[in-house]
Design a protein around this ligand. Structure first.
Ligand SMILES: Cc1ncc(COP(=O)(O)O)c(C=O)c1O
Length: 373
């Protein structure tokens, strides 16, 4: 078999070869059923058993307390940008959004259809304003943020303190790469196509009281959202139906199960975070020692551990195009930055081994030596 390329794309992202081989091995006959997991009913005991065990494993891996419900939904992370206000707003329509990059900005924009959105803070090009300047509303129904902005390569160095206001986090690009205390959040969500497998399923972890009381006012009344929510996107209904009101994305859930097993085998989130830190520090260190040939635009304190954008000393992008095509020839793939910010970007999700980062640095060093003016 040809050696696989190192895939630095931001998502759908690299998967561990071990996981792909397991999926291949199990493809024709899953779990002794004689059929593939793609061909099996979601209400069969085999599938239901996997779903139940996946939930138990996720609880262990992320230390998810019992008063949090786990949902496997469709619609991707951007679907959640709408579903969160739809499901969490009762009478109180005031919400806080911390805008630190493209994804949280879009989430705030979508929320405006349902809520009075207060922008607590807006990141500058290279950093997030100090906490002392934030305009938090202590009566907000929830406060929303994105701990790791995949496109901008910006990260909140600590969990924002929003007092009693439930904190909602889009962890699409950081889940399982950084240890988190789930109990500090009201709701966490992540679409799967980075550290949780493949596109098609979105993981939602929600504190159950947010769906049963008017949380903002603390009034223990039966919670009735004030907008119509399609049944398949109604958190309460899907919790009651164990994410199986309609046919869930069965293959994507199966891939999540394999990724969760693999993550546990790596030593859990603590170890995965340590590995992530080693990988990103190595790359940042090389970039800072490249004498300006490569530059990362983000202030040191706010740099992502996972998505590392960088530009080349290049005014007309010709060098960048050459860099990307030469890198691809070296099996260093999908390094192009997001269209909104340009440049290059290396995403270091859990499946990226340290050897991939070493290979990238070696390539970058050789390329700089050849093309430095
Ligand atoms: C932090 C973050 N939020 C949201 C999204 C959008 O995800 P989806 O395409 O599943 O809607 C992405 C995709 O890369 C992301 O990184």
């Amino acid at each position: 078999m040809k050696e696989r390329a190192y895939n630095f794309g931001a998502g759908p992202a690299m998967l561990p070869t071990e996981v792909l081989l397991r999926a291949q091995e199990e493809l024709l006959d899953w779990n002794g059923t004689g059929v593939s997991v793609m061909e099996i009913g979601h209400r069969t005991s085999n599938f239901q058993d996997m779903l139940t065990k996946l939930e138990v494993k996720l609880r262990g891996l992320m230390n998810i307390p019992d008063n949090y419900k786990i949902l496997f939904l469709q619609g991707g992370a951007q679907g959640l940008f709408n579903l969160i206000p739809m499901n969490l707003l009762g009478k109180n329509k005031d919400v806080d959004y911390l805008v630190s990059g493209v994804w949280s900005e879009r989430a705030a924009k979508y929320a405006k259809k349902y809520a009075n959105v207060n922008i607590v803070t807006t990141a500058t090009k290279d950093s997030i304003p100090d906490f002392s300047t934030w305009n938090l509303n202590k009566n907000a129904a929830y406060a929303y943020y994105c701990p790791n902005e995949t496109i901008n390569g910006m990260r909140f160095p600590s969990i924002p303190d929003t007092g009693n206001v439930p904190l909602i986090a889009d962890m699409t690009s950081s889940i399982l790469s950084e240890e988190i205390d789930v109990s500090k959040f009201g709701l966490i969500f992540a679409s799967a196509q980075k550290n949780l497998g493949i596109a098609g399923v979105t993981l939602v972890i929600v504190r159950e009281d947010l769906l049963t009381v008017d949380a903002a006012n603390g009034v223990p009344e039966v919670y009735i959202p004030e907008v119509f929510i399609p049944e398949v996107f109604n958190f309460k209904t899907q919790i009651e139906q164990k994410s199986c009101l309609n046919t869930p994305p069965t293959f994507a859930i199966y891939m999540m199960d394999l990724m969760v097993d693999w993550s546990i085998k790596q030593g859990g989130v603590k170890q995965l975070e340590l590995d992530t830190r080693v990988k990103s520090q190595k790359l940042y260190q090389y970039i800072s020692q490249s004498q300006g040939f490569y530059t990362n635009p983000v202030a040191v304190h706010y740099r992502s551990l996972i998505n590392i954008p960088f530009s080349l000393a290049d005014n007309d992008n010709q060098l960048l195009e050459l860099f990307l095509s030469e890198a691809a020839k070296h099996d260093l793939k999908y390094l192009k930055g997001h269209i909104l910010v340009g440049g290059a970007r290396a995403s270091l999700y859990n499946a990226m081994p340290l050897s991939g980062v070493d290979a990238l640095i070696e390539f970058m060093r050789d390329f700089a030596a050849k093309h430095r003016c």
